[in-house]
Design a protein around this ligand. Structure first.
Ligand code: NI
Length: 155
């Protein structure tokens, strides 16, 4: 029995207790469903419902992130060489400028030269993106990524 057929067996809802669950039927052509089953099996899903829920949540997060005033949480990851002149001062200055959007910062001294910083952010999408763009564009930052998520209660 392949992974795809296993997916059809158990479809237990995993919504938090106290939330109303609604069952829906979805009409989908067999070829597309087969590709979907293969995709979610590769990603480790054990049933379609959880995969559908995650896809819907991902779209809701994306929509919030695409709107300047959308509420988001997330992380900004930076890799940089702390020897670059004034870099630490610039990164710290930017974080103070955006202190309303920053919940916490984790700093790791990776090796003699390199620092890894993970900044946990929360706020309006436009502000969080502006902070990430400016941090990542700062000279001496070798690599940076902003990862956005939902704020929680909306799901
Ligand atoms: Ni360091």
């Amino acid at each position: 029995m392949g992974a795809a057929s296993r997916l059809e067996e158990i479809d237990m809802p995993s919504a938090p207790q106290g939330k109303d669950l609604e069952r829906i039927g979805v009409a989908i052509d067999a070829g597309l469903l087969s590709k979907f089953d293969e995709l979610i099996a590769r990603r480790g899903y054990t049933n379609r419902s959880e995969a559908f829920r995650d896809l819907i949540r991902a779209e809701l997060v994306k929509e919030a992130a695409d709107q300047p005033s959308g509420r988001v949480t997330g992380t900004i990851t930076l890799l940089y060489d702390h020897h670059v002149r004034l870099l630490n001062e610039k990164l710290t200055g930017l974080q103070h400028e955006f202190h309303h959007q920053i919940l916490s910062t984790l700093h790791l001294h990776l090796d003699h030269d390199n620092c890894l910083e993970v900044i946990v952010v929360k706020g309006e999408s436009a502000d969080v993106r502006a902070l990430a763009d400016r941090l990542i564009a700062t000279r001496g930052v070798k690599h940076g990524r902003l990862v956005l998520s939902g704020t929680g209660p909306e799901f």
